[in-house]
Design a protein around this ligand. Structure first.
Ligand code: EPU
Length: 337
């Protein structure tokens, strides 16, 4: 089915930062065939394309001089079950949290810690979204995508996705080449809860019952308390990745700052960027129309009317101050367009 193509379309309500930019062309694709058709037509006509998921991890610094495509594949179905696992195929356009809810309501386990993360199913493998000790890679079995190089449908198994911390093949070798259409998840038929992240265990136990439902409720509450609601204050969640540094670097900082939180990351150490930014004095600060959130320094916010460039400049200033103070480079996890 050929969808409507709209010219000069405002993306303000399609990015959670609420940045007021236009796409030269905009369209929604409800199935794989339509997506392939649009991509092929744009290629023929020399029009560049941008795939937009939930718009929760993107900072627009200018109008997009091409076709913004919103994949809206919404099917979800169980494709296979064995004694241990249930395999579920979910369309790229499904809201991530609706998918988590579907799993929790049907007693498919493994997605509950990833509750209330903004965005879509299609973005989950790209970013390898993660929270509270779990990552999308723990439950992704296979990713189906369109390879825009030859406009064919392909699939890639979990082990070939090169998943890392907020990283995957889709951000590297397949960057600007793969359009995720469906993700096949492998959920466990029996619970194996991960509660050892921060305050989560106590909060869940205080509910009187440890279940996927209570974990979902607790994590949703914690996220709502800590992170600003994009509908109220524009933001894209964590702006920076937590830096992973050599152990000696972390130990050196810890010697001067015994309160520094840190997590082991393989043979290295991960330091929360929010802590570094707070120590550099940026937490809660406002610059023009944007600023650093008061409850979570990792989150940059648009108080209304900020341009993408204002937010980008603010992020550079913060990164520079963190570097001056700690000698550590923090890099955006947000895609800057
Ligand atoms: N911290 C501070 N000051 C701050 C923020 C955090 O000192 O302003 C300290 C906290 O006290 C804590 C540590 O940093 O000791 C870690 O904080 P938190 O548990 O809030 O998590 P995070 O490292 O800041 C990461 C993810 C979040 C995810 C949470 C929970 C990244 C870049 N971010 O944040 O993901 O929700 O863990 O698992 O890894 C997102 O990607 O948009 C996102 C929100």
């Amino acid at each position: 089915m050929i969808e409507t193509i709209i010219e000069d379309y405002s993306l303000k309500n399609l990015n959670t930062f609420g940045i007021d930019v236009n796409a030269k062309y905009f369209t929604v694709a409800k199935d794989v065939e339509t997506l392939k058709y649009i991509v092929e037509s744009c290629k023929t006509d020399g029009i560049k394309t941008l795939i937009l998921g939930g718009g929760s991890n993107i900072l627009f610094t200018k109008d997009f001089d091409g076709m913004v495509i919103k994949p809206d594949i919404q099917d979800v179905r169980i494709i296979f079950e064995d004694a241990k696992y249930t395999y579920i195929k979910a369309g790229a356009g499904i809201e991530w949290d609706s998918f988590v809810e579907f799993c929790v309501n049907n007693n498919f386990y493994g997605a509950e810690n990833l509750s209330y993360i903004p965005g879509t199913v299609g973005a989950s493998p790209i970013q390898n979204i993660g929270a509270y000790g779990a990552e999308a890679k723990d439950i992704i079995h296979l990713v189906e995508y369109i390879d825009t190089e030859d406009n064919t449908e392909k699939e890639i198994s979990n082990s070939k996705c090169n998943f890392g911390y907020r990283d995957s093949i889709f951000k590297n070798q397949l960057k600007n080449r793969a359009i995720v259409t469906n993700v096949i998840f492998k959920l466990s038929n029996t619970p194996n809860f991960k509660l050892n992240y921060g305050e989560i265990e106590n909060l869940v136990e205080a509910q009187g019952e440890v279940s996927a439902k209570t974990i979902k409720e607790v994590i949703t509450e914690v996220r709502k308390l800590k992170l600003p609601e994009p509908k109220e204050i524009g933001n894209g969640g964590s702006f920076f990745k937590n830096p992973v540094v050599d152990n000696q670097v972390a130990q050196k900082i810890q010697a001067n700052h015994p309160d520094m939180p840190s997590y082991p990351a393989g043979i290295k150490t991960k330091i929360p960027a929010g802590w570094l930014i707070e120590k550099a004095g940026w937490k809660g600060k406002t610059v023009g129309n944007c600023g650093v959130h008061k409850n979570q320094a990792l989150v940059l916010v648009n108080y209304g009317g900020a341009t993408g460039n204002e937010i980008l400049q603010l992020s550079k200033q913060i990164a520079s101050d963190v570097y001056k103070m700690f000698g550590i480079e923090i890099t955006p996890e947000i895609n800057i367009i």
